[in-house]
Structures are given as C-alpha cells and as structure tokens.
Ligand binder design. Sequence first.
Ligand code: NG6
Ligand code: CA
Length: 519
Amino acid sequence: RPSISTSQTWSTDIISAMRHVLLSVLLTALSTTVFAQPRPNVVLIYMDDLGYGDPSSYGATRIRTPNIDRLAKDGLRFTDAHSPAGTCTPSRYALMTGEYAFRKKGTGILPGDAALIVEPGRTTLPSVMKKAGYVTGVVGKWHLGLGPQGGPDWNGEIRPGPLDVGFDAAFIMAATGDRVPTVYIENRRVVGLDPRDPITVSYQKKIGDWPTGRENPDLLTMHPSHGHDMTIVNGVSRIGWMTGGKAALWKDEDMADLFTSKAVAFIEQHRNTPFFLYFATHDLHVPRVPHPRFAGTSGMGPRGDALLEGDWSVGEILNALDRLKLADNTLVIFTSDNGPVVDDGYKDEAVAKLGDHKPAGPLRGGKGSNFEAGTRVPFIVRWPREVKPGVSNALVSQVDLLTSLAAFTGQKLTDADAPDSFDVMSALLGKTGTGRDHLVQQATVLSLREGTWKFIEPSKGPRVTANTDIETGNDPGGQLYDLARDLGERQNLATQYPERMREMAARLAQIREMGRTGR
Ligand code: NG6
Ligand code: CA
C-alpha cells in the first residue's frame, strides 16, 4: 500500500494538498457507504376511481394500459392492497393523516366549497416527507376541503390549504371535476382570476344567471344521468352553482395535459433535491371528457378513453424520470382512491360500451361498496435500485404510507400521530411477503379483515345503489367470507362460523372504541 512520505524533500504545500485529497476521498467513501440514508425521490401517483380489473397488468384484456403495465413489469405488483375507504374524501383523509376516516366526522364526500378537514399542524404524509428534507408538492385532485369553517375565499387568499398541511407547492382542483368551482388553484390563489369578475359558489341555492342543466339541457354537450344538473360550465352541468371567474374556468379536455405538465415541471424543478410528489389524476372520474386525441380511441366510450388518458399521464411521469436520469432512485407508488364505477352520473356510454371488460376484475362490488372492489385497488411499487420486480400478496393499505415513509426516512412518530398507520415498508419494498395482520375497510359500514377472513358489519341499507347500480354489500345479518377460498365473496359463512363472527365483531368494536389501532 502506498504510504504518505513526510520526507523533507516534499514541500509542505504538496503534503497538505495530498492530505486534503486523501481526506476528501475517505469522506466521500464513508458518506456513500456508512452514513448513506436511502433517500430516493418519492412519487405517489393516485388515480381516481380506477378499478382492480382496469389495467391490463391486473387482467384486463379488452384494453391495454402500457404505462401502468410498464410499472408493473419493473416493479412489485400488489394483489391485496387497499384504499382506506370506498370513496374519495375518506380515502384521501386517511392517506394524508394515517387515521381511519371513520374516526372523524365530516370526512364523507365533500362539496366543492367545504372547509379543509385536515387540521393544520398535525403530522401528515407530506409533513413527514418535508421534515425528512424533501421538497413536497401536490398536483391534481384535492377534495379535502379548503379554507376555514364556512369555506374558502375564492377571490382572495385560500388559507388554510395544502401549504398548511405539509406541501411546499400545490396546483390543484378543489374537489372533483363534477363539482363547482371549476377552476384551478395554485398555492393560495385561483389561477387566472380576473378580480373584476369575482367567483361566487353555492351548494344551497342557485346564484347568478348562468345556465343550468336542469333549465337549459339544450346547452349541454354531456348530459347527466343522475344529479349533476346545476351550473353548466364548458357544456357540462355540475354539482353546485357558481357564477363569475370566467377567465379562470377550466376546459375539461385539457385537464390531464395541464396536471401532467405541472407534475413534470415539479420533477424537473426539483431534480437535484429529494422530492415527494403527490400526483392525483382526475382520470377516470366523471365527467369523463378526455382530450380529443384520446376521444374514441378505446372503443369503450369516454370511460375507456379516460383510462387511456390516465395511463398516458403515468407514462409522461415515467418518461420525465428517465429523461432526467432519476428513475433508478425514485420510488414510484401507483394506486387508486377507490374502486370502479361505470355510470357515475353522466350519460357517457360507459355502460353501453363496457362489453366484457370487468372494471373490478374478479372482485364483487365497486366504488362505495363493502365488497372487496370498493377498496381493493391496483397498487404498484417501483424502485429499480432496491425493489425486485414481482407480485406481492401482502395485505397493505394506503393508510400505512405515512408511518412506513416516516420509518423509512428515520423519523419517530408520537402516539398521537397517524393512529391507524403501520410500518409496512418491508412489504412495500418486497423484503417480506407479509403486511398487516388485520385491516379495517370503510364503505357504507365497516369491515374487518383478519388474514384472509373478512367480516362485514350488519347494515340495513339497500343491496344495490339506485344510481350507480353497484352491489353495496349491505346485509342486515352481517357477513363473513374467507377470501382465500372465495375472493368473489359469494358464500356468506356467517351461520357456519358464528364464533368467528362474534370475535371479529368484538375486535372491530374494540378498534372503534380505542380511537387508534396503534403500532
Ligand atoms: C357522488 C356523485 C358522483 C361522484 C361522487 C364522488 C351524484 C349523483 N353522484 O355524490 O358523481 O362525484 O359523489 O366521487 O352526484 S369521489 O370519487 O370523489 O368520491
Ligand atoms: Ca374517487
């Protein structure tokens, strides 16, 4: 081994220069081996209403989703991963807070003018990432409310909002595509608002003189099948009334392009720092108004076209990561906020053109259902550097992301934080095939999973929803299924295993009462 000579013939300058070089070589070696924290970028792609059977990598054959499939091929594809609830707002609430939404009142599907339901200052998924040194951004569908009690000031500063619960940057829509106000919000302001044309929003009564779907159906390019007959914007009647803000109104056709370009810009801008991007697409939610270059391309009507558009958005994110040479060290988590729905309130031919496509795959139910299709959703983790491609049957939930990523970035949580969130990071990274041992699923009532057993609480509600024609999974006697034998939940074993029913009901009651499931 060469040693450093201290011979008098060497000038002290050379010696000190060599010391310096050696020291920095040593430090670099140390910092990349011993002290290195795994700090990949994290991109969470959250599609809307994407069903377990929609992507071709989850079994669809009538439609191809090449970009989602690319994630599945290079990543770990989960077969038993869940959104926390069967609809959007409670799922996103639990995703953000690590707390089951059933614990907090007011976390049902929110109107577009609702107040923010995530308490500013509490530990959230983005606040955890921010504390770990990540730049945090949200692009797309928010649907967690904005502003104080009484709702936001659309014409001034919108506060509190995403920037007050852990995000450094936000480019969002307030609620859904089918709810007013139909404008984008960047950080604390409506984008492109002309102050001389202020926005007014109401969910109580008609305001202003803009046409509505109820009074002026002749003006519609997309007709409602149920509800959705209030203010018309861009030829589509919405839920709620609005007036003003003409210059700020969105064009549904351009929404996917815009959100995708904002997500890509965020990645480009923060390419040199670890970043956390929560990219929540509007696709496949209603109204399904894809860009003309996707319209008609699926042969399945706008629902299929919106799926292809959403898949394209996924591809653009992956391409950006490739182009910037970030793919290898970016953890991509791809999933959906709840199960699928075909007719969700607009006459968009989704039912007529469905053919033999099964949005829920082999599962029973759909969006809002207690059956598996309500919450069991596509879920793929890709991190080329660390995660071996494959399939995982581990039971995991999006409610776990907070605690998993906290542990992953070396952070301690207090008992008050994320009360229902478990560290399932080793399952997410494929180091183990085991996730949670139990899980509460929320739809019309609660269900409890224990291993492959599933208990659905008794419920007196309708068996099929009047509008969306989805089997709710309501049953006044309660239900028990063994998903290992009966994934399609056809054989109710309640009377066969009364003891197990009682035990699971008791455990669910206990989880409810404790206020947390704990770690
Ligand atoms: C329902 C809407 C539905 C959809 C859903 C929310 C009607 C008749 N139906 O109330 O169209 O907007 O709310 O979907 O208005 S979610 O994915 O955001 O939870
Ligand atoms: Ca949804």
